[in-house]
Write a protein that binds this ligand. Structure first.
Ligand code: GAL
Length: 656
C-alpha cells in the first residue's frame, strides 16, 4: 500500500525542496500530489507560462523515487484573470457577485473561464506529457455542484429545463406552478432558487436545480479530462471529493473518471454519547461503492485541524496512523496525507500537516514514519478487494430532496443509512454502500433507508431482489415523492406497498420526543423522530408502538415477498434496535458474524481470490482484547495470533 503527501512547493523557499524530498523518501513516502492551487505561478501573466520551478521540483522528487500526482490548478484562477474578466466570478443566490481573495470562486460554466481552464490544463498536460513518473491526475479540487446564479448559469439552466420538459406548459404542470401564482409565462421567468430559505421555494424547482448543477460539474470534469487524456492516454484521472453542502451526484461525477479519491478527515473528538455517529467507516464504504472499486484517499488527517473554525484537539496517539490504516481496511490502496508541512502563511496555517511550522520531527512525524513502515508490509494486500453480503443503498436524489425539505427534528438522511451501516458492521461483516441502480443479485441483505424519490427502475430492482430471495430492509419516508419531488397521491409507501405488505394509515413526526416500541420477542426499544402508523395487509407485525394514540399498531413489519423477506421500519430507533435486528438477520442469512466484539472494534476482509486479509481496527480510546476461533498469521508482527490485543487506534492485519 502506498502513503503519499500533499506538497505545496510554491509556498516554500526552493532551498527546502531537496531536504523535503530526501526526508519524504527516507520516511517511506511514495506519492506526492502537486499543483492544485498553483495557477498564478504556472501562468504568471495571461498566456505566459512558467514551468521551470515545477520542472525542478519534479526532477528533485522523482530523483528520490517519488511518483507524482499532477493537478489542474483550476480551483484558484489568478487575480489577473479575475481582473480582466470579472464575469467569471460566481454570483450568489442573492444575485450578488462573490468577492474574490479566497478560493473556488470561478464559475465552471463561464465560457471565458472554461477557455482559460482548458488552456492551462493543456499547457500543464502538454508540458509533462510522456513523463513516466506521473502516476495520476487530479481534476480541480473538491468540486461542488456550485449554485451559481450568474447570467451564463441562469441561461443555461433555462435551456436545460426547457430541453428536459419541452415547454413552459409542461414545466408548469410538472412543477405544480399554480401554487402561489408561480406559473411561468415567459422563459425569462425561470430562475434558479433564490437566497430565501429553500423551505419557501418550489421543491420541484430546487430538485431540478440540484440535478442541473451536478450535471454542470460532471460536464466540466469531462472537458478537462478530455484535455488531459490527449496527452496521457493511460494515466488514471480522478477528482478529490468530500461531503459538502452542495454535493454532486457521486455516481455520475465519477462515472467517467478512472478512480474515486476522497478527502478523509475523521473526527478527532470521540463522542461520549454512544448514539453519536463517530466511525468514518460509512464514508469509506460509500467511496468504495461509487465505482465498486478500490479508491484513494487524496487528503488524510495529519494533525489538529482548524482555520475554518477554531482548532480541533490534536489527534490522539495512534490516530493518524490508525485512520490511514482504517482507509486501507475499507478498500483504499493509496493514502495521501494533507499535508507534508503545515502552512506558515495564508488562511490555512492552523490546519496542521505532518510536520509542524518548526519542521522539527515531532510525535506525529514518528507515528507517520511507523505508518509508512506498516504500509510497506501491506504491499501484498494492494489491489485485494472487498466482497460483501450486505449492502446499504445511498440515493443522491433522496439526499438532495431531504436537504430541500427537512422532515422532522433530528431526522437526517445520511444518519438513517449510518444506523444500518453500523448495525451490520458492529458484527464484523463487510458492508457495501452503493447506488440503488446497482445490480443487487450478489447480496443477501440489502437495506434501503428512506428511499424518498421514486424511480421506476429502482423500484423494480428492489422488487426483483426480494422476489429472488433477498432480505430487504426499508424504512419510513420511502415512496413519498415522484421524480419531480411532488407528493405521490397514494397511500404510503405508495409503490412499495405490495413489497412491504402493509400500508401507512397516518404518520406522527415526533421529532426529538422519545417513545417506545416492543418487538415480538418481548424486547422494548426507544424510538424517535418519526412514527408511521401501519396497517397490515400480507405482512406480520415485528414490533408495535406501546404509547401515544397508536399504541398497539405495528411500527415494524415483516413480509414474505416471492422467496424473500421484506422488513419495513416505520420509525427511527436507537442503536440497540438496529443491532438486535441485524444480529437476527445475519443468522437468518447465514452470514458469518462476530458476536460481542468489544466496542469500537471494526473488522473488514479484503480478498485477492487466493487469500483473505482480515483488518481489525480498534476505533476507540480503550484497550481491546478478544479471542479468534483459530489462530492466523499477522502480517504486521510476522507471527501467528489468536488472542487479539489492540491499543487505542491500533490495527492488526491477519492472513487466513
Ligand atoms: C480540503 C481542501 C484542502 C484543504 C483542506 C484543509 O477540504 O481540499 O485544500 O483546504 O481541506 O482545510
Amino acid at each position: 500500500m502506498k502513503i503519499g503527501v500533499d506538497y505545496y512547493p510554491e509556498q516554500w523557499d526552493k532551498s527546502m525542496w531537496r531536504r523535503d524530498a530526501e526526508l519524504m523518501a527516507k520516511t517511506g513516502v511514495k506519492t506526492v500530489r502537486l499543483g492544485e492551487f498553483a495557477w498564478s505561478r504556472l501562468e504568471p501573466a495571461d498566456g505566459r507560462f512558467d514551468f521551470a520551478w515545477l520542472d525542478e521540483v519534479i526532477e528533485i522528487l522523482t530523483g528520490y523515487g517519488l511518483e507524482i500526482v499532477l493537478c489542474t490548478p483550476t480551483n484558484c484562477p489568478p487575480l489577473w484573470l479575475y481582473e480582466a474578466h470579472p464575469e467569471i466570478i460566481q454570483v450568489g443566490a442573492d444575485g450578488k457577485r462573490l468577492q474574490i481573495g479566497i478560493r473556488g470562486h470561478r464559475c465552471i460554466n463561464s465560457p471565458v473561464f472554461l477557455e482559460y481552464a482548458k488552456r492551462i490544463t493543456d499547457a500543464v498536460a502538454g508540458h509533462y506529457a510522456g513523463n513516466p513518473d506521473v502516476a495520476a491526475w487530479q481534476i480541480d479540487n473538491e468540486l461542488e455542484a456550485y449554485p451559481c446564479s450568474c447570467d451564463v448559469c441562469r441561461d443555461k439552466f433555462r435551456r436545460w429545463l426547457l430541453g428536459k420538459y419541452g415547454s413552459l406548459e409542461s414545466i408548469n404542470k410538472s412543477f405544480g406552478n399554480s401554487v402561489w401564482s408561480g406559473e411561468y409565462s415567459s422563459e425569462a421567468q425561470i430562475q434558479p432558487p433564490t437566497a430565501y430559505p429553500k423551505a419557501w421555494q418550489n421543491p420541484a424547482l430546487c430538485l431540478e436545480y440540484s440535478r442541473f448543477t451536478s450535471e454542470c460539474t460532471v460536464e466540466y470534469i469531462g472537458q478537462l479530462k478530455a484535455v488531459i487524456r490527449g496527452y496521457f492516454p493511460n494515466v488514471p484521472i480522478t477528482t478529490n471529493t468530500w461531503f459538502c453542502e452542495n454535493m454532486p451526484d457521486f455516481y455520475k461525477m465519477f462515472g467517467k473518471l478512472d478512480f474515486v479519491s476522497y478527502d478523509n478527515y475523521p473526527p478527532v473528538r470521540i463522542p461520549e454519547n454512544p448514539e453519536e455517529f463517530y466511525s468514518h467507516a460509512f464514508h469509506l464504504d460509500l467511496m468504495r461503492g461509487i465505482k465498486r472499486k478500490n479508491f484513494w484517499i487524496m487528503e488524510q488527517l495529519s494533525g489538529p485541524t482548524g482555520s475554518w473554525s477554531p482548532m480541533s484537539p490534536a489527534p490522539k496517539p495512534n490516530m493518524i496512523k490508525g485512520y490511514a490504516l482504517q482507509a486501507f481496511a475499507h478498500g483504499a490502496d493509496t493514502v495521501v496525507h494533507f499535508r507534508w508541512r503545515t502552512a506558515a502563511t495564508g488562511a490555512e496555517m492552523h490546519w496542521h500537516g505532518i510536520l509542524d511550522h518548526s519542521g522539527v520531527r515531532n510525535r506525529r512525524f514518528t507515528e507517520f514514519e511507523e505508518l509508512c513502515r506498516t504500509a510497506s508490509k501491506l504491499e501484498t494486500v494492494r489491489g485485494a478487494c472487498i466482497k460483501s453480503d450486505v449492502a446499504i443503498l445511498y440515493s443522491p436524489e433522496s439526499e438532495w430532496a431531504f436537504k430541500i425539505q427537512p422532515q422532522t427534528d433530528g431526522f437526517y438522511y445520511l444518519e438513517q443509512l449510518k444506523y444500518l451501516h453500523r448495525a451490520f458492521s458492529d458484527y464484523g461483516v463487510n458492508v457495501d454502500v452503493i447506488s440503488p441502480d446497482e445490480d443487487l443479485s450478489a447480496y443477501k441483505i440489502v437495506a434501503v433507508p428512506s428511499l424518498y424519490i421514486n424511480k421506476e427502475s429502482v423500484t423494480e430492482n428492489l422488487y426483483r431482489f426480494a422476489e429472488n430471495g433477498g432480505i430487504l430492509i426499508m424504512t419510513a419516508r420511502s415512496g413519498v415523492k415522484d421524480s419531480c419531488n411532488n407528493c405521490v397521491m397514494d397511500t404510503l409507501p405508495t409503490v412499495f406497498r405490495e413489497l412491504i405488505g402493509a400500508e401507512v394509515t397516518e404518520y406522527d413526526p415526533i421529532g426529538w420526543r422519545e417513545q417506545t416500541i416492543a418487538d415480538r420477542y418481548g424486547k422494548t426499544f426507544a424510538c424517535k423522530e418519526w412514527c408511521d402508523v401501519m396497517k397490515l395487509n400480507t405482512a406480520k407485525a415485528y414490533a408495535e408502538y406501546t404509547d401515544s394514540f397508536y399504541s398497539g399498531s405495528p411500527a415494524v413489519t415483516e413480509n414474505q415477498y416471492g422467496s424473500g423477506t421484506v422488513y419495513y421500519i416505520g420509525t427511527v430507533c436507537k442503536r440497540d434496535f438496529y443491532a438486535d435486528l441485524a444480529g437476527r438477520l445475519l443468522k437468518r442469512a447465514e452470514i458469518p458474524a462476530y458476536e460481542n466484539l468489544p466496542v469500537g472494534i471494526e473488522i473488514t476482509v479484503r480478498t485477492n481470490g487466493k487469500e483473505d486479509y482480515i483488518f481489525i481496527f480498534n476505533n476507540s480510546e480503550q484497550d481491546a482484547e478478544f479471542e479468534l476461533t483459530e489462530s492466523m498469521y499477522s502480517i504486521i508482527w510476522n507471527e501467528q495470533r489468536k488472542n487479539i490485543r489492540l491499543k487505542p487506534f491500533d490495527m492488526e492485519v491477519l492472513r487466513q
